[in-house]
Design a protein around this ligand. Structure first.
Ligand code: FAD
Ligand code: NAD
Length: 475
């Protein structure tokens, strides 16, 4: 039997991921009465429970395995590692538990009301929240929809089989299959493919376009692709999966592409071909909220939907589907609700692929400049000329600046290399502060660090790099 309870709140935040929980916390810190709603017992969303955090914990373990092997190059040999999967899984779960417990505590400390359950709108100021037969009616002045996204399983990839995984299943590390075929050479395919390769699987990545990570510049992708190929990962580019069939013990994959045409049998398949926004089953039809053709909720620059009392942020409100983009939108929406002149106008949203080497970029990419027909100057510094990269035995990286001709303003920064994900923050700051190549050239960077490669690429722009003789090129 359903018990009905009614509550009133100033702001109802639906979904407690990196969009929802920061929105709830900020609104509460501004003095608003806030209710945060999510099916999980604790905040965290996809990012903490089955995305960013567990994947980075596993990637760290993979990195340790790789580093132990690489140490042979400088005379240090470890024994072949023994992998205790139960212990690895338990450690990854403890990482997630620590962070989500912390968010639960912060929720209570900030006096945010936490309702466990699924919300559905019944009108523009009311949502019903259900859990285990109980129904709570929440009346709100404003709602922020932050319901995120779920893995896409289009067409032939949509089979139900314990041998065909999505990212959520792969992150549980149920086993280390002998062979793993990954469909999709994007963020998840490369990150989780790298984890399973390091754990011992024979990994094949099938990508339908002609290159990995279609959004990234090719010169950044090349060193990663080369290193992964050298480590035994097979790439089938320009290849489609026409069908999947569970044989009972293996999966038969029907492939069609330039390099391969026919059926391959593998132990497990991981499908990582993108994510779809969670805008269905929210009762949006009872409100004025509009959903676009690709399933994203349509929002304006303040993240307000076509229904004035309802905002949307994060994966459900459009690309890029990144945690930090969701968190920044949370600020915009809450400030808008508070009547402040907030607007969504970032110049640079960093993208980081946490492979080894990492790829990171922000602002304008060279490929985007080419597509738009925009003239830019490109200054590239290869890490082979970096003292720090040499001491780390990781010379394959590079740092590049995309600069505006005439003004030398930094429009974009791209990197590939060990730790590039940490270094890209300097690029974001440079772009947001309107820095020019001169600013990067004249800011003293500590030696020997990889951060010097940012300064050195500015030196390349002026033809003055002490360690590399090339100059900038014009595109
Ligand atoms: P989510 O984190 O998806 O949270 C939405 C929450 O809303 C969920 O808890 C969901 O259960 C809940 N919800 C859904 N419907 C309802 C409802 N009706 N009522 C109440 N609650 C509801 N991004 C990065 O920036 N860096 C990374 O390293 C990274 N790694 C990733 C790795 C993987 C394997 C995956 C899958 C994603 C990764 N992402 C990463 C993407 C990142 O997880 C998302 O961009 C981010 O979580 C989006 O945040 P969000 O708040 O919009 O939604
Ligand atoms: P993605 O969009 O990054 O990559 C999907 C890839 O699959 C693309 O290269 C696409 O061309 C390819 N593809 C699509 N359909 C295909 C098919 N039928 N056969 C073969 N290839 C196909 O998507 P993802 O890897 O699933 O990740 C989803 C999103 O989650 C990402 O776009 C990103 O926003 C987010 N994410 C971010 C991080 C991070 O920030 N490090 C990590 C994981 C996920």
């Amino acid at each position: 039997m359903t018990t009905q309870v009614s509550e009133r709140t100033r702001v109802a935040v639906i979904g407690a991921g990196p969009g929802g929980y920061p929105a709830a916390f900020l609104a509460a810190s501004m003095g608003m009465d806030v209710t945060l709603i999510d099916p999980e017992a604790k905040p965290g969303g996809v990012c903490l429970f089955r995305g960013c955090i567990p994947s980075k914990a596993l990637l760290h373990a993979a990195h340790v395995l790789d580093q132990a092997e690489a140490a042979a190059e400088f005379g240090i040999r470890f024994e072949r590692p023994a992998i205790d999967l139960d212990a690895l899984r338990a450690w990854k779960d403890r990482v997630v538990g620590k962070l989500t417990d912390g968010l639960g505590l912060l929720t209570r400390q900030r006096r945010v009301r936490y309702l466990q359950g699924r919300a559905r709108f019944v009108d523009a100021h009311t949502a019903h929240v259900r859990l285990d037969g109980e129904l709570v009616e929440v009346e709100f002045d404003y709602a922020i929809v932050a319901t995120g996204s779920v893995p896409a399983r289009p067409g032939p990839l949509a089979i139900e089989s314990p041998r065909v995984w999505d990212s959520t299943r792969a992150l549980e590390v149920p086993e280390v299959p002998g062979s793993l075929l990954v469909v999709g050479g994007g963020y998840i395919g490369l990150e989780l493919g790298s984890v399973y390769r390091a754990l011992g699987s024979r990994v094949t990545v099938v990508e339908m376009t002609q290159g990995l990570l279609p959004g990234a510049d090719r010169d950044l992708v090349a060193p990663l692709e080369k290193r992964l190929r050298a480590s035994g990962v097979e790439f089938l580019l320009g290849t489609r999966v026409a069908g999947l069939e569970d044989s009972g013990t293996t999966v038969k994959v029907d492939l069609s592409g330039a390099e391969v045409d026919g059926v391959r049998e593998v132990d497990r398949v991981l499908v990582a071909v993108g994510r779809v926004p969670n805008a269905r089953d929210l009762g949006l039809e009872h409100t004025g909220v509009q959903v676009g053709p690709r399933g994203f909720i349509e929002v304006d620059a303040q993240r307000r939907t076509a229904e004035p009392s309802i905002f949307a942020i994060g994966d459900v409100a459009g690309e890029p589907m990144l945690a930090h983009k969701a968190t920044h939108e949370a600020r915009v929406a809450v400030e808008a609700i508070a009547g402040l002149p907030a607007t969504w106008d970032p110049l640079a949203i960093p993208a980081v692929v946490f492979t080894d080497p990492e790829i990171a970029w922000c602002g304008l990419t060279e490929a985007e400049a080419r597509e738009r027909g925009q003239a830019v100057e490109i200054a590239t510094f290869p890490w082979a000329a970096s003292g720090r990269a040499t001491t780390l035995d990781r010379p394959e990286g590079l740092t590049k600046l995309v600069l505006e001709p005439g003004t030398e303003r930094v429009l974009g920064v791209g990197m590939v290399g060990s730790g590039a994900g940490e270094l890209i923050a300097e690029g974001v700051l440079a772009i947001e502060m309107g820095a020019r190549a001169t600013d990067l050239q004249l800011a003293i960077h500590a030696h020997p660090t990889l951060s010097e490669t940012v300064m050195e690429s500015a030196e390349v722009f002026f033809g003055q790099s002490p360690h590399f003789t090339s100059r900038a090129r014009r595109r």
